[in-house]
Design a binder for this molecule. Structure first.
Ligand code: ATP
Length: 227
């Protein structure tokens, strides 16, 4: 599903942000990516999203070779990914339903499909009763659920999450991670960048640790450690 072979990304002179990284993630896996600040985690996510181009190596995601991909293909490629961030990134002037429906409208789904699919995905994230609310009427955890619904509405192969619980309290963080685990149980491959030590240690998933752009450990049912 995700294959990085000898991948590097330099922003300029000095140590590359990602430095000869190798990573293979199978379909259906749940992977945490941890590491100290500046270790290259967000750069890795941006490479997977093709928001950045690598400066070396090969990246294959869901059967597509990213470094060879034509610019005009990128938007279509990104439909294979659902992405959530620490700061939710919702449209403040649209309600929950419209935030989620928007992701379907931009890819041209007919209204009849949207009317069926949006309530379904809101139900999956536990927000069926809040579809008319606006983002500023929701708690942080609820906003992240909306972001997850939006990420999932087009049924992506992979869910990428960059510090999804960074703005949430411990209990809400746990709920969001449990939800991501359920999403994974339904078949979506999940990759989560996080600093949340307690959750990583509690969940015993695969843990990939980065340091200075390198992957320094990769453990099955692993725990949180920094170099
Ligand atoms: N746009 C950029 N231009 C130049 N250097 C950058 C840029 N973005 C990141 N870097 C550098 O690349 C390295 C890796 O940064 P990255 O944001 O990937 O780390 P991170 O592990 O996600 O950190 P954090 O946990 O703080 O989010 C750092 O040294 C950072 O300063």
């Amino acid at each position: 599903m995700i294959d990085l072979v000898d991948v590097s990304k330099s922003y300029g002179p000095g140590l590359p942000a990602v430095n000869h990284a190798n990573l293979h993630v199978d379909k259906g896996e749940f992977v945490f990516v941890v590491g100290s600040s500046g270790s290259g985690k967000s750069t890795l996510i941006k490479l997977l999203m093709k928001e950045l181009d690598s400066t070396g190596g090969t990246i294959t995601v869901s059967g597509e070779r990213l470094e060879k991909m034509k610019h005009r293909r990128v938007a279509k490629y990104r439909r294979k990914l659902g992405v959530v961030f620490q700061d939710f990134r919702l449209l403040k002037d649209r309600n929950v339903y419209e935030n989620v429906a928007f992701a379907q409208r931009v890819i041209g789904r007919p209204t009849r499909v949207i009317r069926k699919r949006v309530p379904e995905v809101l139900q999956e994230v536990g927000l069926a009763g809040k579809y008319k609310a606006y983002p500023d009427e929701l708690s942080g955890g609820e906003q992240q659920r909306v972001a997850l619904a939006r990420a999932l509405v087009n049924r992506p192969d992979i869910l990428l999450a960059d510090e999804p619980t960074g703005n949430l309290d411990p209990k809400t963080s746990e709920e969001i991670m449990t939800l991501m685990e359920q999403i994974n149980d339904r078949g979506t491959t999940v990759l989560v960048v996080t600093h949340n030590k307690d959750i990583v240690n509690a969940m015993r998933k695969r843990v990939v640790t980065m340091h200075n752009g390198k992957i320094i450990s990769d453990e099955k049912e692993g725990g949180y450690h920094e170099a």
